[in-house]
Design a protein around this ligand. Sequence first.
Ligand code: KG4
Ligand code: ZN
Length: 342
Amino acid sequence: MSEPLVLGIETSCDETGVALVRGHELLIDSVASSMDEHARFGGIIPEIASRAHLEAMAPTLRRALDGAGVELGDIDAIAVTAGPGLVGPLTVGASAAKALAVGLGKPLYGVNHVIGHAAVDELVDGPFPDRVMALVVSGGHSSLLLVDDIVTGITELGSTLDDAAGEAFDKVGRLLGLPYPGGPHIDRLAREGDPEAIRFPRGLTAPKDQAAHAYDFSFSGLKTAVARWVEARQDAGQEIPLADVAASFAAAVADVLTAKTIAACQRHDVSTLVIGGGFSANSQLREMAAARCAAAGIDLRIPPIRYCTDNGAMIAALGAAVVRRGLPPSPLDLPVDSSMPL
Ligand code: KG4
Ligand code: ZN
């Protein structure tokens, strides 16, 4: 008998994602985004995102079903992001998932978005070995997870104490006068600059921080250091070497993320590292992670960008793993949780 067909629904931020997964096979992944509507505000507006999900949900589901040649009645289980994320957007996805669960008489599974960013790699690079390390980095999260089992064995070794990596890029992008979201613009500029031009601070790497925060991240001090450096040059009437600032800033972020992650792999005897989340598009992080993993003998797995940004496949992948473990479904009054723990 074939494995159950799992529908995944993701609406935690600005992407409406619907996907179908059977076992470890992704049948289809359909995504709509409201990012263009937020750009002029310089950040995601939850109310606009919620309305966009409401409008995009049914057509995105329709596209997924048609694209996979699947009928609604073929679906065996429905997985949905229960958190973390924006409450309004999460509520639209959860309501759609509950309606489908009731209408089809199929089980509902509320799953964690951050873990989904790691789980999606199983669809691309195959089932995880016994133990993997996962670095999930995006505009909303920066978490280091030790994964013994994607459903029942997640240990959060560290996370950001302030800004997420993508958030820090977006804030530095704003202070450099770049359009929102600044992350990809800084990445592009950085490729033309000298990463060693300016020595920006590496948060939580001082010996005094190592004991309590060996695997935690902090990027707000770095962001302030960049702001001060730029202001001092402006006050002195000097031109800002944008590419060098971008390259030096990006190098500081990539350095801390990769150094701490590889130290965690070595400490926990893990030889497979998965990097997920929208920030894993970052070239500086990719290059440094590839070089340092190769030197440390660590197998690096980074899914293609479309599965790193928010999508339905990550939720369907995690939902399928939950179904495989035979865990009980979520209740139909499943709440959403903006700061859902792991
Ligand atoms: O996962 P994602 O699409 O949405 C969230 O859940 O946050 O991640 C988007 C974040 C934004 O902060 C964006 O600026 C950042 O990832 N980002 C990048 C790059 N591409 C996206 N940051 C740096 N370099 C990039 N190439
Ligand atoms: Zn995300």
